[in-house]
Design a protein around this ligand. Sequence first.
Ligand SMILES: [Zn+2]
Length: 448
Amino acid sequence: MISSEGSNAELRLRIYAEPGEEFNSKNLKVKTEVVMKNPHVKVEKMGLPVGVKPWEPTLDALRNDSRPFTDTKDLTLHLYTLPFPKGEQGDGGGGLTECLISDVLKHKILSVPGYGARVPKPAGTTYRVSEAAGKGLGVFATRDIQMGELIMAERPLMITPVVMPSRCTSELQGLSHNDFVQVKLHDAEKIFEWVVDRMTPENREALMALTNSHSLEGGGPIIGRVKTNGFGESEIVDGPGAECQYSVLCDALSRLNHSCSPNTFRKWCGASFSMQMRAARDIKKDEEITTHYVDILHPAKGRKGQLAVYAVKCTCVVCANPEISDPIRAKCLQHLQQIERQDWQRDFDVPTSTNPKPLLGNLDMYVKSGVETTDVYGYCLFMLMKMYAARGDIPTMRVYSEKYARWQSARTGLVIPQELIDKGFGMISVAEMVLRMKGKMKGKAKKI
Ligand SMILES: [Zn+2]
């Protein structure tokens, strides 16, 4: 079960016909509309309120796989099967994704360099899905996994707008808020059914096997599963300004439970059109593999409120001891804000201080608190690599260079050449210069 910032949409879509035009498939248009929060609201009943007519839009206009080109400016939503239309070039390895997306987004997806690459496979079996005490199902490591290793890579089951099209709001004037929400949920489920109808039987089965934490909130079975398991992805947006936000729904990846000390990074790979999960620290066999649904640097009380939206009551050690964890997280956040203003990952200058003690203290604190998925952890590794280079200590420089490389691979999915790691990302020249200077100084001392 995964969620993220994308779940709280601030835009909604309107399905409409121009004034004077009949509301049919030819005239149908969908546009982003008023800014509002995506309602994680409960309504008492499922289905339509008494007196409200069923919504029967003809959505043939959305079936557009056969269109020969994509209009790079068209924000109208269409149904597509990706990575390639059915029957064309297969699925490129990794399965098919049903999408309700704009042409703008489709064009963006198809324009990624190397698009159509195969979905990478982890080395051997890395996980199993089984009962997690008090949390339903969870994902567990079947062997020791090293920081940076690929744990899973998966093509999404579907990609849909966070706020689904629904009937024109003017039809709903005079309805109570409860009835209004009920109609919106009903209409959204109808469109979801269109998307699900296009799925392969295996994908449909996988979707319906996912947890639905919202079954008592008045929405249908598909919307409930999407709300429970879908997550936002910064690269799956209409473009600069993110005119439309989308929900990405996966299978096994959606089974990961939340932790306030998560041990994985999630990364979208545009070339293979897949979501990938890598280890953010070393993971032991049988350890639960986790992600985060909310910002782990928020205080425990804030996280509790945000997690309630996903029906999650976190009982982790970080949440159980806020008097200890909150000050550490606050310090981590402060540190993060300081380094966010720096281009530290490209700064290979010799550090002004070569005393590693304060950084080693911070690193120890961050490891104990389990915040390896935040940039401050990588920053400490990077700075320690530079400091030990500046001290002429090549073996210790390499220890941090190796860790930093693994952390960067986990975070970005990039493979860093071993030669670059051995050379401390170029810092070895500093270390060698320091050693030469030390050698000369020793030589001078001898002469005296
Ligand atoms: Zn927690």
